[in-house]
Design a binder for this molecule. Structure first.
Ligand SMILES: [Zn+2]
Length: 369
């Protein structure tokens, strides 16, 4: 049978139009990103002038001043966080600027990494069981594991992290989620040339730390996986910011934060340019804990004895998130709300055995709530 070309064209136009007008854009994929121990102070105000001028923390103040300083606080934060203030502020939402009494806090009382990542991923502050950074399989089911159990998402969830405790936090053994973290190499028999090269380089470039690799490896392994496997949900956990801060190296902490902005921009550009992801992907970015502010030296530290280390921040962007930019109203959000929010974007009701925080409804415009 010969199909009339005019009829075919008309059919395509009608179908496209009805698709466009019949439903609102929805999230089909989600990218969750964390920057370990990155302070809201630098995210919202840029480089700290006192830390920058303290030679103990900044050995190269001229270079840092040149790259990141401006008298204008808005320009200053843009110089350090170009993705957040250049792209995300225009199209998404940023929570946690305490100058506006807009607060995001850990609800766990530990204020260090495993308890923070557990709270983000499971939606539950488990102060009774998650009390150390030890490599213990997480007894709590994370939202990643829960999503991976849904028929529509099974096998389409993956995680990449710089810290070698992530296979335990995500409970790789029980969840079956592919996790590449710490100094693990890309595995499998269909490795791309890029993955093979990353495997070689990772063995050749010494990391400054014993349990955390440099973030460029995590980033490029994750990008390679995204391109090859097209997961629906990917979690990427960058780690350098926390370790450079512990080292007391403010210059490296800043440079790492800037570079992570570039990495996130890479991911976003890839997502927006790729059919299947473009305009169907929500990105959520946050941190596991804050750090101190006063006394000055406490910027290096966190934990329950460090004032302010439970203060965090959160950013959301995607097809269902209103472009409010920096949210400047008085508000209180908690880290335990992130997991349920991740699930809500993917139209899954996250119902694990433990209690969870509520969906952050202001972040999702088109969900009936
Ligand atoms: Zn730390």
């Amino acid at each position: 049978m010969v199909i009339n070309r005019k009829v075919l064209m008309l059919l395509i136009v009608v179908l496209t139009a009805s698709g466009l007008y019949a439903r609102q854009p929805v999230t089909e994929n989600l990218v969750l990103i964390t920057l370990d121990g990155y302070r809201w102070q630098e995210l919202f105000s840029g480089v700290d002038s006192i830390l920058m001028e303290t030679v103990e923390y900044t050995r190269n103040p001229d270079e840092i001043r040149q790259r990141f300083w401006s008298q204008d606080p808005l320009e200053r934060r843009m110089k350090l966080n170009p993705f957040f203030w250049g792209v995300l502020a225009a199209h998404g939402q940023l929570y946690g600027n305490r100058k506006f009494d807009n607060r995001v806090d850990c609800s766990n009382s530990m204020w260090f990494s495993y308890p923070g990542y557990n709270e983000i991923l499971s939606g539950y502050a488990d102060d009774a069981r998650i009390t150390s950074n030890n490599k213990i399989n997480n007894p709590n089911v994370t939202v990643l594991e829960y999503l991976n159990q849904q028929p529509k998402l099974k096998g389409k969830v993956a995680a990449f992290g710089s810290w070698d405790v992530f296979p335990y936090i995500i409970n790789r053994e029980r969840s079956g989620i592919p996790v590449n973290a710490g100094f693990e190499l890309a595995l499998g028999n269909k490795l791309s040339d890029r993955e093979k090269f990353l495997n070689e380089l990772q063995l050749q470039i010494p990391s400054p730390w014993s349990s955390v690799r440099l973030d460029a490896f995590t980033h490029h392994y994750a990008m390679a996986y995204l391109k090859k496997n097209k997961p629906r949900v990917i979690y990427i956990a960058y780690g350098e910011t926390d370790d450079f801060a512990h080292d007391g190296n403010y210059s490296a902490y800043l440079k790492s934060a800037w570079q992570t902005n570039r990495f996130i921009e890479d991911i976003w550009n890839f997502v927006q340019a790729t059919p299947g992801y473009s305009n169907k992907t929500t990105m959520i970015i946050t941190t596991d804990h804050g750090r101190g502010e006063m006394p000055l030296e406490s910027w290096r530290h966190h934990g329950k004895d460090v004032e302010g280390a439970g203060q965090v921040w959160l950013a959301v962007m995607g097809p269902e998130t209103d472009a409010r930019g920096e949210v400047n109203e008085s508000m209180q959000l908690f880290q335990h709300q992130i997991a349920q929010t991740v699930a809500a974007f993917l139209r899954v009701h996250f119902a694990p055995a433990h209690p969870t925080g509520n969906v952050i409804s202001s972040a999702i415009s088109s969900v009936t709530r």
